[in-house]
Design a protein around this ligand. Structure first.
Ligand code: PLP
Length: 405
């Protein structure tokens, strides 16, 4: 079933506004997505009608808030094909989830161990591992990338050995849109006994991962890239791992009993959820998941594929324009440059025409170093974007080129 895009657009108040005298064309979805009214309403409803702290009070409001918050956890569990609700840990987002795992693994790693990341990672999936290596004496290895923006799988396989303890790769690259072959990556890592963490921040707005089928050890994502609010996300971990890992932060909610001699930690998931969480955020994350599933991921994928193909074809009509990331498996992200023009200048001119794109290194400097460029212009499309918006982008980029050469 094709999407009724006009009907969908009416769900997003922000898509009705003007920017610099033009109707907004929002093509920065890889940085954060826009929010439909139902998600905004979920936040307002919580604060207006049942605001209370969760998991603590005997009073009715607290019970109500706890029920809705835990229902959101169940929605996340079902959406991602997770076996147990207590394997879903609410976090502040992807970066928080990665740091939680990196910190926990400090107690498992020692000198001589190796951990592997990919050349396509976001900074938030590089820096915590470098810090972990400094703390433990483990060494960091990198899966190299190829000219088309895909990972070199045979190089990956030759990096693996019984020294490998952990592998970290993103599901989809935010800078290039490349979909990584995580099924193979996970399977090969497991063959040498290494655990795998997948950074799904960029994937979950485009596809619906089945975590049980993937047999992945850890998977992290952020709500704000999938129509939910900022400041909330999820960490999935296999029960065996979550039981083994030490808590990340100490505080209320994560303990069973406290005395100055000894504290015993709460059961999962609370062991990893110290302090009062982002209650409205968790609830609205659940509302966002419902919203996306009502549209349907098959329809979302088909629509975005159409936009990607059309935009690629149209942009390549502009002479001197080069697209980075040309692997066959990619999502609706187009990173490009025009010969002799700085990406920032293109971004500035198209903004004057009401078009929001991202320019720069997209928190992935190693990729820019690989291509020997300072950055790119990145247009990233969501299911609520249209072909007319692609046309406006192409016209604006052509105009920028004229003005700058
Ligand atoms: C956005 C993004 C992150 C960081 O997510 P936060 O919500 O800022 O924590 C990490 N990895 C990828 C691939 C991303 O796209």
């Amino acid at each position: 079933m094709a999407l009724d895009v006009q009907k969908i657009r009416a769900d997003f108040p922000i898509l009705q506004r003007q920017v610099n005298g033009h109707p907004l064309v929002y093509l920065d979805n890889a940085a954060t997505s826009q929010k439909p009214q139902v998600v905004i309403d979920a936040i307002v409803d919580y604060y207006s009608n049942y605001n209370a702290n969760i998991h603590r009070g005997v009073h009715s409001l607290s019970q109500e808030a706890t029920d809705v918050y835990e229902a959101a956890r169940n929605k996340i569990q079902q959406h991602f094909g997770i076996q147990h609700a207590h394997e879903v840990i609410f976090t502040a987002g992807t970066t928080h989830g990665i740091n939680l795992i990196a910190s926990g693994f400090s107690s498992f790693l020692k000198k001589g161990n190796e951990i592997i990341v990919s050349a396509l990672e976001h900074h938030s999936n590089i820096v915590p591992w470098q810090m972990l290596c400094e703390r433990t004496g483990a060494t960091l290895q990198v899966i190299p990338m190829k000219e088309d923006g895909t990972l070199d799988l045979s190089a990956y396989i030759s990096l693996l050995s019984e020294k490998t303890k952990l592998v970290f790769v993103n599901h989809i690259s935010n800078a290039l849109g490349t979909i990584n072959p995580i099924e193979t990556i996970i399977q090969k890592a497991h063959e040498v006994g290494a655990a795998v963490l997948i950074d799904g921040a960029q994937a979950c707005s485009h596809i619906k991962p089945d975590l049980a089928a993937l047999d992945v050890d850890f998977y992290v994502t952020s709500a704000h890239k999938m129509c939910g609010p900022t400041g909330v996300g999820m960490l999935y971990g296999k029960e065996v791992w979550l039981k083994k890992l030490p808590p990340y932060q100490g505080g209320g909610e994560m303990i069973k009993e406290v005395s100055f001699e000894k504290t015993t930690y709460a059961d999962l998931p609370h062991k990893f959820e110290a302090g009062t969480p982002n209650i409205s955020g968790g609830i609205a994350f659940g509302a966002a998941i419902d919203y996306l599933n009502n549209i349907g991921f098959d329809a979302i994928e088909a629509h975005e594929k159409g936009l990607l193909e059309y935009a690629t074809e149209q942009l390549l009509q502009i002479e001197g324009l080069r697209i980075y990331g040309t692997g066959v498996k990619k999502t609706s992200v187009i990173s490009f440059n025009i010969e002799g023009i700085h990406p920032y200048d293109i971004g500035t001119i198209v903004d004057k025409l009401g078009i929001a794109v991202r320019t720069g290194h997209h928190c992935a400097q190693p990729i820019m170093d690989f291509y020997k460029i300072p950055g790119t212009v990145r247009a990233s499309f969501a299911f609520y974007n249209t072909k007319e918006e692609v046309d406006r982008l192409v016209a604006a980029v052509s105009k920028a080129k004229q003005m700058l050469t």
